[in-house]
Design a protein around this ligand. Sequence first.
Ligand code: ZN
Ligand code: ZN
Length: 168
Amino acid sequence: MSSKYAGGCNCGAIRYEIDAEPLMAGYCQCRDCQHQSGTGHGSHIGFPRPAVKLQGKATHWEKAADSGNIATRAFCPTCGSPVYSTNSGMPDFFVVEAGSLDEPARFAPQMVVYTSSGLAWDHLDPALPRFNKMPADVRWAYFHGRRQHVLRGESGRPDNSPRCRNRG
Ligand SMILES: [Zn+2]
Ligand SMILES: [Zn+2]
């Protein structure tokens, strides 16, 4: 199977091609993703940024994340579709919205983050690992592409973990 992923906004003004496999994929139930998606969660796929080719000019909205880093969300100024996001703390990481893929069925979520603001009506696969917020370990795993490490439970923390470290 080709490793190439492609997608873009609803009107086609913004397009991307990615010649790499995802580092991470999952759902986010934070309030920002709820606002952006218009529903209970965002569906995100993270890729290594150097593998991404972008066409078109997105509008960017920046906001400080919990970590203090700047999260930049990019959407189409014409059709309004959210397409991708980046984070100043993870400069090598490029996150696309699963719904923006030309083949959205390829989205394979591995976890749910920010379940602390999850909604009772927003049903997601109960078998997925869940995290109260974005644990530092998960952020670290994003950065290093060590998803298997997290998913085996050696590094990821369950909901309500009191631990909050700033690693990575
Ligand atoms: Zn558009
Ligand atoms: Zn979110």
